[in-house]
Design a protein around this ligand. Structure first.
Ligand code: NI
Ligand code: MN
Length: 232
């Protein structure tokens, strides 16, 4: 499985030639110089996007969904309310909720609890926020979405060992670095890809210190450059 980080919480997962885009945030992203989607070099490099996974309805997670879903005829997977919202715009959606694993060509997916909020920019209700637990024959991965530290995370490893977890570390709206370390204990997962930091002034972190704090606990924090990938 290949994980490519773009910015904020936007990642691409490649599993058995299936391309899954997570929470796309390009056009309104303050740290991207050329914010028009068509001129963005990373977007130009995308050949396929088979699925778009959305954790919640906040604009920094969904603002470019229509662009990608139309361009690549992607299937949008999210909670029932977010799926309905995009389905009414004529896009292909698959609405799920907290519950069982659901089988897809790339693996088994479960929508799991996140302690956050979820509304679209115009105030439309965006259902309950969530994260995704993904089990594949290449290993299991947990994407928490925007969330505070929550005791619910203790449930995640009960379904199987995780190879890596993608957690927010910027604080204010989500967990910060210290809380993400506690989360990694709950998750019994020592490899964390940090997201949701440095995009806005309010969530700036000291990257070196953040990595040291994880190392002190014998854990590894990956902080990737834009467009950089790791394989697990
Ligand atoms: Ni949010
Ligand atoms: Mn967010």
């Amino acid at each position: 499985m290949k994980i490519t980080f773009f910015t904020h919480s936007t990642c691409m997962l490649e599993i058995h030639k299936n391309f899954l885009l997570i929470d796309p945030f390009f056009s309104e992203n303050p740290i991207l110089e050329k914010r028009t989607l068509l001129s963005n070099k990373y977007i130009q490099s995308f050949e396929r996007i088979d699925y778009i996974l959305l954790t919640h309805a906040h604009y920094d997670h969904v603002c470019d969904v229509e662009f990608f879903a139309k361009k690549f005829n992607s299937l949008i997977i999210s909670n029932y309310e977010i799926s309905n919202f995009f389905n009414k715009k004529g896009l292909k959606t698959y609405g799920i909720n907290y519950g069982s694993f659901i089988s897809f060509p790339f693996g088994k997916l479960k929508y799991v609890w996140a302690s956050h909020s979820s509304s679209f920019n115009d105030g439309t209700y965006g259902g309950n926020p969530g994260g995704f637990l993904l089990h594949t024959d290449k290993g299991n991965i947990y994407l928490s979405g925007d969330t505070s530290l929550t005791y619910e995370m203790n449930l995640i490893p009960k379904f199987g060992n995780l190879k890596i977890s993608i957690l927010p570390i910027g604080g204010i709206y989500t967990m910060d670095v210290e809380e993400a370390i506690i989360a990694s204990n709950f998750l019994q997962c020592d490899k964390i890809l940090g997201v949701h930091y440095d995009t806005f002034e309010s969530i700036k972190i000291d990257r070196k210190k953040a990595k040291e704090k994880f190392l002190d606990k014998k854990k590894q924090l990956f902080l990737l450059e834009m467009g950089e990938s790791i394989c697990i």
